[in-house]
Write a new protein. Sequence first.
Length: 479
Amino acid sequence: MRTLIKNGMIVTAVDEFIGDVLIDGEKIVAVGERLDSIADHTIDAQGKYVLPGGVDQHVHYSFEFKGERVRGFETSNAAVAGGTTTVVEFVNQEQGKGMADTIFDMDKNEVARQAMADYSYHAVVCDPVDTTFEEIADLPSKGISTVKLFMAYKGMAFHSDDEALYKALRAAKEAGVTVMVHCENADVIDFLQKKLISEGKTDPYYHAESRPAMVELEATQRVINLAAMAEAPVYIVHVTAEDVMKSIRNAKNEGLPVYGETCVQYLMLDESDLSKPDFEGAKYVLSPALRTKADQNALWKAVGNGWLNAISTDHCGFDWASQKHMGVDDFTNIPNGAPGVENRLGILWTYGVNTGKISRQRFVDLFATTPAKNMGLDHCKGHIGVGMDADIVLYDPNESSIISNENSLHGVDYSTFEGYKQEGKVDKVFLRGKLMVDDEEFIGEKGDGKFIHGEPFALCFENTKEAIGLNQSRVELPG
Ligand code: URP
Ligand code: ZN
Ligand code: ZN
Ligand code: ZN
């Protein structure tokens, strides 16, 4: 069965043009003009944008914080409804178990049956024994091309020290695996948290005071130095502050393979959201903390010109009433993280593209094309082109709405972007050729999403590979 999407404005990371996209089964088989004669079924996309399905390289569907677990892949329809067809999930290694075993046991027992978006995985180092670092060499053969370490969260199973970071960077460099790092100085945060609580400063607002931008800056600079010592590339997740962004920019300018993303919330919200009355501030307790308007402006500039190369959500579906209230007397017990996977397209389009901060091409690059490259998923994701998976969003720029939790599918009791406007609407979404959203309504099914392997050496473009002394060719993988 061949479906033709006709006369839409096709947007890629480098250009846009009115044309047709022909889908055969799960793949895009032609992009051009007047392809009518060879289609069984035609969709008129006149007046709409034809965008590649989004790739959100930073989501949490299995994260636990002090015993509270986020909503899982049974809510991944929210991603697709918001135009994101691929998500990359962080899986915290179980103690005494391998990283890949932790991942694929979860995949078999849960994710494969429930996913409604395509997905890939990051391994998260939690048990820093020798076998964990040895295992990094095998991850690419299992389709995992990234490992993540958390410098923050002292005392929690997923916290890592510098020794673990350095060992992971060395092993990952050899294997072509990208190390991703949550950068915050855990010891300073721990000290400040204890001090604030002892002074009776227990409200959500003090979350921000307990982890100022300097703790993020210090850790970022430290990991850039560790990566340089290990001669390895490194990817800094959820950059929130101007100075942190600048330390990444400076490393790049020195020729180091240092990359970073930011997230929608850091472009849109600020620390004043944490002071909302009646414990509403808890909705915005996420780490690193929300910053200032000046930081927002610097981050918009950075995503506009490539100092940061992707915009993710760090999606965490914690309920406000039943879960965030764990910390009603002590902000350090509020589960960290906020939902957002459903709103990435709408917010970035409205407040980025339509305000002139980023072009439509730059939007597509930050939303789909470069995240796919970062994750080694660009063999089938992130671009509208022949041979790619038919993950396509039809976006109607003439409709608009107000974001509200009532209309959200993410399965929690609040929206991080409640009341923000969305110019344009997701009209249709195809996932590997299957229509998943039709006229704004989600019509897909659990199990429609499938595992997509990440290929190694994603951040090692030829010159970088040479610079860090790597000469391996890309590993051939099945599928
Ligand atoms: O507050 C956040 N971001 N929670 C999720 C875990 C993490 O740090 O990415
Ligand atoms: Zn993090
Ligand atoms: Zn995260
Ligand atoms: Zn492949």
